[in-house]
Ligand binder design. Structure first.
Ligand code: F0G
Length: 460
């Protein structure tokens, strides 16, 4: 077997055939990796190798920002890899503006705009991989629980390809309208559960098992294979020179886990010499990882991480009735399913976890928007986290930092309009009640009578 599924728990470590449909290790319940025996495969000898494909972009698999790195995620033959044109994203080097805002020297902050994907978030990187695999094993329906972006992504792959139907589970009233409107528009069967994301996550696992529906949440190891390519594209844009830091918002912790796996493999293959450090940023209102990693000192510990500590933490959370709540609804998650893999990533990449307030998220979001492209609130957590870490002296001002902007600005227009707008009730309802006290970077619309002189006067 040169490619197989492997339990990440070292005291179990069981391997399973690549064609077995599994969500977790059947023996111990831990998460699974897609594992490659690189000696039997043909990984590239240098990352520059990928540049030889640039002239072949008229071919869909070379155009895809995911599949053009196929040799680093070769779990399906190329002809079985489905693409809708994902991964055409850009790395923006900031000059002043948001870069200065974080406290970094000019030109040291880079923004990786994953909002430019077909469904408007980074999820398409992983979805094309999981969707391809689900279709390959003969599934007719795929399902996910979602705070909105995973569901939009699954729905767009269903709508574009008609190869699997999509069923999405969402918490009621928990999704930004931009995302909900995508799932509805693309024709996904949308199931609103009276509960939050964690409830939907639990139910979707039960239902998929019972009905044989293919699960595409990020505990699906193939999803994370696709998400590795975000880091390959970052390296590509930096001419294969790893940055000092990668900062990413943390929700279900799929992205951070995938980035960790990408760097572990690149390092093992000798394709990078330097390992970037990883900063995972929680919203303060959804800070499970921050508390476990920074306050309780939970560590990967070669896979033997303290499960009792985690269970106790969740039990206390339930007993106290603590529920995640943040304007960054994408990361409003209590029990991140990829916690163990994220701990592994933090261990390999000398990681740091920080939490940021609603105010810090929204101010950072306004700064990102003012520089162009824009992002949704969860994405701006990465920028807010970097600002905090520069102020703490953990990130030096001359270090190179890449913030992954995970979702498009139009995903959640409410947060943006409440911040910049003049409607006090809307502000109070959307942001004020969350403790956002000021809007220092607001760009207020100006009201003017429908009168040419008044308008000219205003703009003169
Ligand atoms: N940013 C955005 C815009 C997201 O939609 C998500 C996750 C994250 C960050 C966090 O990424 O889970 O890999 O740590 N959204 C999921 C969803 C949970 O259902 O769309 P993560």
């Amino acid at each position: 077997m040169s490619i197989y599924q492997h339990c990440i728990n070292p005291s179990c470590g069981k391997n399973y055939d690549i064609a077995e449909v599994l969500h977790r290790c059947p023996a111990c319940g831990e998460l699974l990796d897609v594992q490659y025996d690189w000696n039997k495969l043909q990984p590239p000898k240098t990352l520059k190798h990928f540049e030889t494909f640039w002239t072949q972009r008229s071919e869909p698999h070379r155009f895809s920002g995911v599949w053009r790195f196929h040799e680093l995620l070769p779990f399906l033959p190329p002809e079985k890899c489905i693409t809708i044109g994902e991964g055409q994203t850009v790395l923006q080097r900031t000059a002043g503006g948001v870069g200065t805002y974080t406290g970094l020297r000019t030109g040291k902050l880079f923004l990786q705009y994953e909002g430019l994907n077909p469904s408007g978030s980074f999820k398409d990187n992983g979805m094309c991989a999981a969707f391809s695999y689900g279709h390959f094993v003969g599934a007719k329906r795929a399902a996910c629980a979602s705070t909105g972006n995973t569901s939009a992504s699954l729905a767009i792959y269903s709508a574009c390809t008609k190869l699997m139907e999509s069923v999405i589970f969402i918490g009621s009233g928990k999704i930004a309208y931009g995302k909900l409107s995508q799932a509805l528009d693309y024709g996904a069967k949308t199931v609103q559960i009276a509960g939050d994301f964690d409830d939907a996550m639990e139910r979707v696992q039960q239902v998929s098992k019972e009905l044989g529906i293919y699960l595409v949440n990020s505990l699906n190891p193939f999803r994370l294979e696709g998400q590795k390519t975000i880091m390959f594209r970052v390296l590509e844009a930096l001419r294969w020179e790893p940055p000092d830091w990668i900062a990413v918002p943390g929700g279900n912790l799929g992205n951070s886990s995938a980035f960790g796996k990408a760097f572990i493999e690149l390092y093992q293959l000798g394709l990078i010499k330097k390992i970037p450090r990883l900063a995972v940023i929680n919203a303060a209102g959804a800070n499970t990882l921050y508390r476990l990693y920074e306050k309780e000192n939970l560590r990967w510990n070669n896979g033997d991480y303290n499960k009792e500590l985690t269970q106790k933490f969740y039990a206390a959370m339930d007993a106290e009735g603590r529920k995640a709540s943040t304007i960054a609804s994408a990361i409003e998650i209590n029990r991140p399913v990829n916690l163990s893999k994220c701990l592994r990533a933090l261990n390999f990449c000398s990681g740091v976890v920080r939490e940021v307030s609603e105010q810090e998220i929204l101010d950072a979001k306004a700064q990102v928007g003012a520089g162009g492209f824009g992002c949704e609130p969860a994405s701006a957590a990465s920028v807010a986290g970097v600002k905090k870490m520069v102020a703490e002296g953990i990130i030096a001002e001359d270090e190179t930092v890449v913030c992954v902007l995970t979702g498009h600005q139009l995903k959640d227009p409410n947060a943006t309009v409440a911040y910049h707008g003049t409607d006090k009730n809307f502000y109070e309802d959307t942001l004020g009640k969350r403790g956002v006290k000021s809007t220092p970077f607001a760009n207020r619309p100006v009201s003017v009578p429908n009168d040419i002189d008044a308008i000219v006067q205003l703009l003169r």
